[in-house]
Design a binder for this molecule. Structure first.
Ligand code: FES
Length: 336
């Protein structure tokens, strides 16, 4: 059986065996290393890495790969001999515990005229985890789409609670399996989940203003963070910049309405023309801000670039890809 050596960005090595019929990501999990991943089916690009030596086969995938030799998606990479792999994350970003597996039932589904689906699930009581919905605002769960082997990540938009309630806001996306399933889900339908996951979280102790930037599925974790600030009665300046289609603006205004009383200092810029440009304008006025961004990879890359250009230190730029939302204090994804 091939042996895999995976080297983190900070130079630490993980070693584990990987059968030739298994992908490297799954073999790592089997060995207790939970590497950054979201879809596990070659679609999100979260598990990109680089094979330094050894032969492998790359199964079909949709996510693009950077040019150059050795670029792989670990969830689609099966070894044909021993591999040495370079990981784009630090050791601290790799989970070492098994992700909790939970069960829930559909409590309610609401479809907004703009197409967004609000899905509310109630966790089942389990001996190991109890009943409460415990998570950090900004984290996400992976949901198994019933009747399939597919898992998809979605961040909670509510706050942790004793009732076991997990609330998700899924953007209208007819080609996206989770929102399509949720839109037709019946009350009481059973759902399997894994999580909570992700390190995308607020630095609650920061005295600096905060800029929260997002698009699409990035709305949910940002809303959860804002609700958290409201619950703390935090009065630090906070700016939400959200990129949305004009047709979505009314929905977003409604989603934010309940927050405004609890966060009177909140300013909101709904930016159909591009969130990165709006962030640049905001940072010109509040250069010492912390930046949090959740959304598609292109948006995150643009936000990162804008923030660095405005002298926001790398450590204060926190990003999470939408639909996956595996964290990163360094701008890259991670699990756990
Ligand atoms: S592409 Fe591998 S986890 Fe999504």
């Amino acid at each position: 059986m091939p042996d895999i050596i995976a080297v983190t960005r900070d130079g630490l090595s993980l070693g584990f065996p990987c059968p030739t019929s298994t992908n490297v990501l799954a073999a790592a999990e089997e060995a207790g290393f939970f590497l950054p991943s979201v879809c596990q089916h070659g679609r999100c690009g979260t598990c990109r890495a680089k094979v330094i030596s050894g032969a492998y086969e790359l199964m079909p995938h949709e996510a693009p790969l950077p040019p150059g030799p050795g670029a792989v998606l670990l969830c689609r990479c099966q070894p044909r001999e021993d591999l040495v792999i370079e990981l784009p994350c630090r050791d601290a970003q790799i989970g070492r515990r098994k992700v909790p597996e939970r069960h829930a039932v559909v409590e309610a589904v609401t479809i907004a005229p703009e197409g967004w689906v609000a899905l509310s699930l109630l966790l089942q009581r389990e001996a190991e985890y109890g009943h409460a919905a415990e998570f950090v605002p900004g984290q996400y769960m992976e949901l198994r789409i019933p009747g399939t082997a597919l898992w998809q990540a979605a961040a909670m938009e509510n706050l942790p609670n004793e009732e076991g309630r997990l609330a998700f806001l899924l953007p209208a996306a007819p080609d996206e399996a989770l929102s399509a399933w949720a839109a037709a889900a019946k009350r009481g339908a059973e759902v399997q989940l894994r999580g909570p996951l992700g390190k995308f979280a607020l630095d609650e102790t920061s005295p600096r203003p905060r800029c929260l930037v997002g698009s699409g599925a990035g709305l949910a974790p940002l809303l959860s963070m804002l609700r958290h600030l409201a619950s703390l009665r935090d009065r630090t300046r906070v700016h939400l910049i959200f990129e949305a289609a004009v047709a979505e603006l009314a929905f977003l205004e409604r989603s934010l309405a309940s927050l405004r009383a609890g966060l009177p200092q909140l300013t909101v810029a709904l930016a159909p023309g591009g969130a990165a440009a709006a962030l640049a304008a905001q940072l010109a006025k509040t250069p010492a801000a912390d930046v949090y961004a959740a959304g598609p990879p292109l948006l995150l890359a643009a936000v990162h670039q804008v923030a660095l250009a405005q002298d926001v230190p790398e450590a204060r730029i926190r990003t999470a890809p939408a639909g996956g939302l595996r964290d990163n204090a360094a701008g890259l994804l991670t699990g756990a």
